[in-house]
Design a protein. Structure first.
Length: 87
């Protein structure tokens, strides 16, 4: 079965169902894709998922940004804009 995957031969649906775990392992280990077919004609392609790299650099702005001590204090004018005046 492994030769069939690596040689880009079409795997029939029954064989793919029967050996799905082994096929997926082969795909992951060899970074290969393969075709599933019916009556020798391709019907679907299974490909490995490419792992996305984390591009976040933690701490990049440390010491460069300052948040004022009253940042989250209530502001009557803003509250009135959101909630209206309470009389």
């Amino acid at each position: 079965m492994a030769k069939a995957i690596l040689s880009n031969k079409i795997i029939n649906i029954h064989e793919a169902k029967t050996h799905l775990s082994k096929i997926i392992e082969e795909i992951v280990n060899n970074n290969k894709s393969f075709l599933i077919g019916k009556s020798g004609k391709p019907q679907a392609q299974i490909i490995p998922i490419k792992e996305e790299k984390n591009h976040v650099v933690y701490g990049l702005l440390k010491g460069k940004i300052r948040i004022s001590d009253d940042f989250d204090d209530e502001n009557e004018e803003i509250n009135n804009l959101f909630y209206g005046t309470h009389k």
